[in-house]
Design a protein around this ligand. Structure first.
Ligand code: TMP
Length: 267
């Protein structure tokens, strides 16, 4: 394999220079961290599952008109994405109280919120990603008013879409985190959805049993994180019930596509 230039290594992903200018290869690791990397571990097969889930969600969001950085999946752990300048905000959408909002405001976990909340956290590990207001964002020029308008309206549309998508597979979308980036076209830039959407950055509860199907299993030492991530992928139709591990997802899909013939040509 030819040597590639590593551009950035984060906690769960590595970014490599892409094959063409303006593209990047996003590699999904099995590494898991929590509490600003105070807790470190591995979730076997997580990178494979998250690559696949994120591809699925981003593709479906593109179908409803959300612009995203996703171009195509390259292999089990990598996807080709558009290069953007990441806006230094973690955009958290909450439907139900859990995690930090429960702690901060003393709201019991599982309490539905009177309406959907959007929160912004300033992306800075050294500061522990502090909660900030739109006033801070404007004051320090982290994003313009127009960009914030686009970000909040996309976040609401993404939430509406994802609530329905997960409800259809008996999963409650409690909350999730998004990141956005600027895509430049000459002097102009527009905001597009970036990063990933996976059980690493979502709270997903089984609607019937309340079982947690996300990274809280790791954060809270509940165990069964590999099975939980696989269960989400399986319900989304990305993995068969009889699959034993993430490695088989793709073998089976290749086998199926061989049986069915080539995929339809792109429009
Ligand atoms: P929180 O309740 O800890 O603020 O988390 C809200 C949501 O954001 C939850 O679904 C997990 C996700 N999240 C991340 O993806 N990265 C982070 O660093 C944090 C703190 C939360």
């Amino acid at each position: 394999m030819s040597r590639r230039t590593k551009l950035y290594e984060g906690k769960a992903k590595i970014l490599y220079e892409g094959p063409e200018p303006g593209t990047i290869i996003q590699y999904f690791k099995d590494d898991a961290t929590a509490f600003n990397a105070e807790k470190k571990g591995t979730i076997n097969g997580k990178g494979v599952i998250n690559n696949r889930i994120s591809e699925h969600v981003f593709t479906r969001l593109a179908h409803i008109g959300i612009p995203t950085h996703f171009i195509r999946r390259l292999n089990m752990r990598e996807q080709l994405i558009r290069q953007v300048d990441i806006i230094p905000l973690e955009v958290v959408v909450r439907n139900v109280a859990a995690g930090s909002i429960s702690k901060r405001l003393g709201i019991e976990e599982g309490e539905p919120l009177p309406h959907t909340l959007i929160e912004y956290y300033y992306k800075d590990d050294a500061l522990g990603d502090p909660l900030v207001s739109e006033e801070h964002i404007a004051c320090f020029n982290w994003a313009s008013n127009d960009e914030m308008h686009d970000i909040s309206s996309m976040a609401i549309r993404i939430n509406d879409f994802m609530c329905g998508m997960f409800a259809a597979i008996d999963i409650r979308l409690v909350d999730f985190k998004l990141e956005f980036g600027r895509l430049y076209d000459g002097d102009f830039s527009r905001v597009i959805l970036a990063d990933e959407i996976s059980p690493d950055g979502c709270r997903l509860w089984d609607m019937t049993t309340g079982e947690k199907l996300d990274k809280d299993r790791f954060r809270r030492d509940l165990g069964g994180e590999e099975e939980a991530y696989r269960e989400v992928a399986r319900r989304l139709g990305l993995l068969n019930a009889e699959d034993n591990g993430p490695g088989e997802v793709f073998d089976l899909s290749h086998a199926r596509s061989r049986l069915r013939g080539p995929p339809p040509l792109k429009k």
